[in-house]
Design a protein around this ligand. Structure first.
Ligand code: ZN
Length: 299
């Protein structure tokens, strides 16, 4: 209906519309608000349960949070622990989530969520199976779509070629899955990726290094970074990559993809700040046009 006809039909009353006709001047509203929690390392020690409850309350007081992305190292440590210690950590996790969290959670595993006790190798829940069962996940990597954005959740942690310790990588099978996942995502659908170990980070340079002697360990950053970045280069709808693991907060932009290492809920494993990064979580607003705004929140 023409505006003139509309006014006529309203009986000559001049109504000022609530939304201006020039809608391009109106501020854009986010389609989704997400809290990114990583490296909680929950254990019944250092007052960690009460502090984690405080963190959950804090983020749920932020207006309009739709969901939580949980970036791994959920429990303090499973690696070489015995079954009783592991059971207690997960029981504590579930009871805190039940009591203090009403938001949907989407999980990935960190290196500390994997059971690598040699004495227990024969058991069916050895390796990643125990934590996957706890989190009701059938696969350690998966994707979903929420409010026009695709979220791809990766499994960073794999045994090194000598099978003695882990490194950051996807492996051939998961890389092929990621390739297919991006190929089958509409080009105009923005993508956010979450991994435990950073795909790309500058935090590893923030060490007390001797000049010319930076050391980069395969367990600290993905070892297949170049391959993943090249894949993202072919899919410009990949906008944001979230990670944790280092417990330091940084933001690197490369080829129009923003890589954020989002500190740690536990800070320095519940003993204060790690270097200059205080305990905190990421808060991200996603927009329909593929942009986002974000901040790191100290709770
Ligand atoms: Zn980690």
């Amino acid at each position: 209906m023409e505006r003139r006809a509309l006014l006529k039909n309203l009986g000559g009353l001049l109504l000022i519309p609530a939304t201006p006709f020039k809608t391009d001047a109106a501020p854009q509203k986010p389609v989704l608000r997400v809290a990114h929690l990583t490296d909680v390392h929950l254990k019944d020690k250092w007052d960690a349960p009460a502090r984690f409850a405080k963190c959950l309350n804090h983020l749920q007081q932020q207006p309009g949070v739709d969901m939580i992305l949980s970036g791994g190292d959920t429990v303090f440590d499973m690696n070489k622990e015995n079954r009783d210690v592991i059971d207690a950590q997960w029981k504590l996790w579930h009871s805190l989530i039940q009591s203090y969290c009403s938001l949907p959670l989407h999980y990935i595993l960190g290196n500390h969520d994997i059971w690598w006790n040699e004495d227990d190798k024969g058991q069916a829940i050895y390796g990643k199976k125990y934590a996957l069962d706890q989190l009701k996940l059938t696969m350690p990597y998966y994707s979903f779509i929420k409010n026009g954005w695709k979220f791809i959740l990766l499994d960073s942690v794999h045994l090194d070629i000598d099978n003695t310790w882990y490194i950051g990588k996807l492996g051939d099978e998961q890389f092929a899955w990621l390739q297919n996942e991006l190929q089958t995502t509409p080009q105009d659908m923005p993508v956010c990726v979450m991994s435990h170990i950073p795909i790309l980070t500058a935090t590893l340079m923030v060490e007390d290094n001797i000049v010319n002697k930076w050391e980069m360990l395969g367990g600290d950053m993905h070892t297949d970074t170049a391959k993943i970045i090249n894949l993202f280069y072919q899919h410009p709808n990949v906008k944001l990559c979230l990670s944790g693991h280092i417990h330091l907060r940084d933001k690197v932009v490369y080829n129009n993809v923003t890589y954020i290492c989002n500190g740690a809920v536990s800070g320095a494993w519940w003993e204060g700040n790690k270097r200059e990064t205080a305990p905190g979580y990421g808060l991200i607003d996603f927009y329909a046009d593929g942009t986002f705004t974000e901040k790191y929140v100290n709770y």
